[in-house]
Design a protein around this ligand. Structure first.
Ligand code: ZN
Length: 211
């Protein structure tokens, strides 16, 4: 995999490490972390900072008995959540969100397909499949949009994004992403607000596609 050039912004990584990032964005961060050693290192740095803060506030004397009790508790089998391995272009966090199944693609037109993985009041996260050289309709954003490339690439007004790259779009960006030539572009995209489509047709179809 070529070097990742577009990373998760630091404040977002800090929020993820602190556990305060909404689910939709967390899934994108977890997925990029699973794809990039550099992202993993950044996360570990933030977790270390969080750990130091925690140690400072809880630096009361801990007896050896208490310590060994705590350690033996950590060894106890916890109620296990199902764990899925990565499969094909889908890293483990995405497989977790898919619960081990294949994506259930629903067509959005022009060969573009989606599978909504999760949706709550804070946002939604979906897989997007864009055929080679196909454009996504020109749109703006009412909030944040994170798009992580899993396979292929796309380009827009701001640059080119390959596998492992994440684009962060906000209210200030209006763009027309176009998939690169070659493989279809498969992305993991999270938003915390509806997109703003400029053309009438996408706007009309928007409620139907929950995009
Ligand atoms: Zn966008």
């Amino acid at each position: 995999m070529p070097a990742i050039t577009h990373h998760i912004p630091e404040p977002m990584m800090a929020a993820y490490a602190a556990g305060t990032l909404p689910h939709a964005f967390s899934l994108v961060v977890a997925t990029q972390v699973s794809m990039s050693a550099e992202a993993r290192a950044t996360l570990q740095a933030h977790e270390a900072v969080g750990g130091i803060v925690l140690e400072d506030t809880s630096s009361v004397a801990v007896s050896d008995t208490m310590k060994s009790n705590l350690l033996s508790m950590l060894d106890d089998p916890m109620p296990e959540e199902p764990v899925y391995a990565s499969s094909g272009v889908y890293p483990a966090p995405v497989m977790e969100a898919l619960k081990g199944r294949e994506p259930r693609w629903k067509t959005l037109g022009m060969g573009v397909k989606q599978d909504i993985l999760a949706e709550d009041e804070f946002g939604s996260v979906r897989l997007l499949y864009i055929p080679p050289e196909q454009a996504v309709p020109d749109h703006g954003h009412n909030g944040l949009e994170l798009t992580l490339v899993l396979q292929g690439s796309f380009s827009d007004e701001t640059g080119r994004f390959g596998a492992g790259d994440v684009e962060v779009a906000d209210e200030t960006l209006e763009h027309t992403p176009i998939a690169g030539a070659g493989e279809p572009c498969i992305c993991l995209a999270a938003t915390d607000a509806r997109l703003k489509f400029n053309a009438f047709m996408p706007r009309l179809l928007q409620p139907l596609f929950r995009i």
